[in-house]
Design a protein around this ligand. Structure first.
Ligand code: NDP
Ligand code: MG
Length: 385
């Protein structure tokens, strides 16, 4: 394999830094060509000095001078601002984008990369939740692959390799259950941010860690799976598997089930997506069948974790409903992380926003943008933000 030039959008985040670990460990295979951050200028500068990319972008324009100054002795091009982030994705200097920005903000750059005909390694699930139909259609038109980085979707993708046109009966998305597995609303009502930020199996960015604690993450992943694998809503099942060893499964139309297993380590799906169809040898810890291994499975508690029920509703309803759900959830998580609302209030906020913002069955891209803005405004008005 010749060296692949990677554009990492969101290089300072949990996924972004782990992707750079993979690139650092495999310099013959990969180079980092574009790096972007929102406000973490210090880490972006460090990364740029080490990887010597073609371009860096800092979202926060106030940080431009600091980054420019620090990289003045290099030939790294420095840009700043939201528009520059999207424009950088249109620069033809890379072979694959790793979409690792968190939230709706990742949509624009990813659409631009697709427009340019670049394959996408997709971590940013919100892109597909908001506008999955348009993203997948445009990718198909450009004949470029969207390779999932999300561990569950990477698992399903890996199970589908070699299956050609064989029919999927359903997919089984595994969920760890998060830190509050088995808890009831009378406990959750008092949960504070520090507790919710402690995930038992994975170390991730703040937003997805809260989403994992509320099970919204699994709801977003159901919608992500629908678009990635062209499934109907009823073909997507969620099973709680607290050990996070089976990363997800596919049941085919003969009843046979394939699972992808391994230790919970995001570097694996990241390097799989970057190197696909090759696998890269590594010395990451291995799963050991000789050790006690009580792998268990149970139904999710939809009465307690109502976010998963709301996301399932949005999945079945379609149209702009997942976009509404996502926008309200982004505001809710933001408010919770700032101690403005309680743990269970996040669900209330999403539910009220879904009931309020007007439904569109087949939105255009502009209508998705408008829906996102309207849903954010309404959700924010609920907490006077
Ligand atoms: P982090 O919060 O750790 O990192 C987010 C990255 O995006 C950072 O580089 C951040 O810059 C940048 N960013 C934040 N806000 C904006 C914005 N408004 N505009 C442009 N850039 C922005 O998130 P994660 O790495 O945890 O997650 C990234 C995506 O991957 C999410 O969509 C998540 O759902 C998905 N994912 C993550 C997994 C994980 O293990 N972490 C697993 C599966 C999926 P700065 O550092 O400057 O703030
Ligand atoms: Mg996941």
């Amino acid at each position: 394999m010749s060296q692949k030039r990677i554009a990492i959008f969101g290089s300072t985040g949990s996924i972004g830094t782990q992707a750079l670990d993979v690139i650092r460990a495999n310099p013959d295979l990969f180079s980092a060509e574009i790096l972007t951050a929102q406000s973490n200028d210090e880490l972006l500068i460090k990364q740029a000095l080490y990887f010597n990319p073609n371009v860096v972008v800092i979202g926060d324009e106030k940080k431009y001078l600091a980054v420019k100054e620090a990289l003045s002795k290099t030939d790294v091009k420095v840009f700043a601002g939201e528009a520059a982030l999207a424009e950088a994705a249109s620069m033809d200097c890379y072979d694959m984008m790793l979409a690792a920005i968190v939230g709706y903000a990742g949509l624009r750059p990813t659409l631009n990369a697709i427009e340019l005909g670049k394959p996408i390694a997709l971590a940013n699930k919100e892109t597909l939740v908001v506008a999955g139909d348009i993203v997948m259609r445009q990718a198909a038109e450009k004949r470029i692959p969207i390779i999932p980085v999300d561990s569950e979707h990477s698992a399903i993708f890996q199970c589908l390799v070699g299956e050609g046109r064989n029919k999927i009966e359903k997919i089984i998305l595994t969920a760890s259950g998060g830190p509050f597995l088995g808890k009831k609303p009378n406990f959750l009502v008092n949960v504070k941010k520090d507790h919710a930020l402690q995930h038992p199996n994975w170390s991730m960015g703040a937003k997805i860690t809260i989403d994992s604690a509320t099970l919204m993450n699994k709801g977003l992943e159901m919608i992500e799976a629908k678009w990635l694998f062209n499934l109907d809503a009823h073909q997507i099942q969620v099973v709680v598997h607290p050990q996070s060893i089976i990363h997800s499964m596919v049941m085919f139309n003969d009843g046979s089930i394939k699972a992808q297993m391994g230790m919970p380590d995001m570097k694996l799906p990241i390097q799989y997506a970057l190197a696909f169809p090759q696998r890269i040898a590594n010395d990451f810890p291995r799963y050991d069948f000789k050790k006690p291994n009580n792998l268990s499975f149970e139904e999710p508690d939809l009465k307690t974790f109502r976010n998963l029920a709301l996301a399932t509703d949005a999945l079945y309803k379609g149209g702009n409903m997942p976009c509404i759900l996502n926008a309200a959830n982004e505001i809710a998580v933001f408010a919770f992380l700032r101690n403005r609302i309680g743990f269970l209030d996040m669900t209330e906020m999403v539910e009220q926003t879904m009931a309020k913002v007007h439904f569109i069955e087949q939105p255009t891209l502009q209508e998705y943008f408008d829906t996102d803005a309207e849903a954010r405004d309404f959700a924010a008005s609920l907490v006077h933000m």
